[in-house]
Write a protein that binds this ligand. Structure first.
Ligand SMILES: Nc1ncnc2c1ncn2[C@@H]1O[C@H](COP(=O)(O)OP(=O)(O)OP(=O)(O)O)[C@@H](O)[C@H]1O
Ligand SMILES: [Mg+2]
Length: 279
């Protein structure tokens, strides 16, 4: 989390303005476009340097669609997405490739996002293979091992395959891989949702430590309010593709103004293992 000194706000790493994303509905005949599903209708927010912005909302509220639009996996139907001051909304594949070096993503299911046929070392080194010129090949093994160590994995296991690790360890591999190109922004889409609660706490604490060490910004997506509360500086509450409430995390949790936010808060049994004192 950030603790900024007073003064002019630094320019945002990510600026999303009036984003709208609609998925086409196609008929089974000739795949003709017969309508659209508006997944995100008018979403505006910034993510500052070193800041964590949480996106929370029930299933189908448009959280992943926002993440996909930011990373360029789906096109924005309207609005703009600026990364470090550049409008990337209409970037082509080559330009997007360069942006993706600075913007990484960690998904919910670490097993599905790892290649089962690559060792951890190769999994991490894949980033340097794709983005040539970032790190000479002779350093790949050492750097991969250092990243493993940094995320709490034994570097002696660098020749092991994803199935030889637990769920929490696999998510650490994904985090190490996301760090390999020293990004500015990491988008975590339900990154701890598949892990059990005690492992969730460890991974969240790791993400917080890495943020300080690497000066990362996070766009942190979760349907779980206790997870959002733990990591975020600011929260956006999404409902049906629209932001219904936005504010500092303490304010939203202490005094939710929107009825939907209140309903979300009331519906979830909040478990915060990270607040328990170690025994
Ligand atoms: N590829 C797609 N084609 C058509 N509609 C889609 C597609 N992906 C998502 N949608 C629709 O867009 C809306 C938003 O989906 P999205 O996946 O962004 O929600 P979400 O908030 O991430 O939900 P969850 O918490 O379940 O992951 C939903 O109504 C969904 O059905
Ligand atoms: Mg989602």
């Amino acid at each position: 989390m950030t603790d900024r000194p007073a003064g002019p706000a630094p320019s945002p790493v990510l600026r999303v303005q009036h984003l709208r994303v609609a998925y086409p509905i196609r008929s089974s005949v000739m795949l003709r476009r017969v309508g659209e599903i508006v997944a995100v209708s008018d979403v505006t927010f910034d993510v500052g340097p070193g800041e964590t912005v949480g996106l929370v909302g029930e299933s189908g509220s448009g959280k992943s669609t926002i993440a996909r639009a930011v990373i360029g996996l789906v096109a924005a139907t309207a609005g703009s997405i600026e990364f470090e001051g550049r409008d990337i909304t209409r970037y082509g594949p080559q330009q997007l490739k360069a942006v993706r070096r600075d913007m990484q993503m960690v998904f919910q299911d670490p097993y599905a996002s790892l290649n089962p046929r690559l060792t951890v070392r190769d999994q991490i080194a894949e980033c340097w293979r794709v983005h040539r010129g970032q790190l000479p090949r002779a350093h790949w093994t050492d750097e991969a091992k250092q990243l493993m160590e940094r995320v709490g994995l034994n570097p002696d296991y660098s020749d092991r395959y994803p199935h030889q690790f637990s769920g929490g360890q696999r998510q650490r591999i994904c985090i190490a891989r996301a760090l390999a190109l020293r990004p500015k922004l990491i988008i975590c889409d339900e990154a701890v949702s598949a892990l059990d609660v005690s492992v969730q706490a460890q991974v969240l604490n790791l993400l917080a430590d890495l943020q300080d060490e690497f000066g990362l910004s996070y766009l942190f997506i979760s349907h779980d309010l206790s997870v959002i509360e733990h990591l975020s500086d600011r929260v956006l509450v999404l409902n049906k593709g629209e932001v219904v409430e936005e504010g500092a995390v303490r304010q939203i949790f202490a005094d939710p103004r929107d009825a939907y936010t209140r309903a979300l808060l009331a519906a979830v049994p909040v478990v915060r293992p990270w607040l328990e004192s170690p025994t």
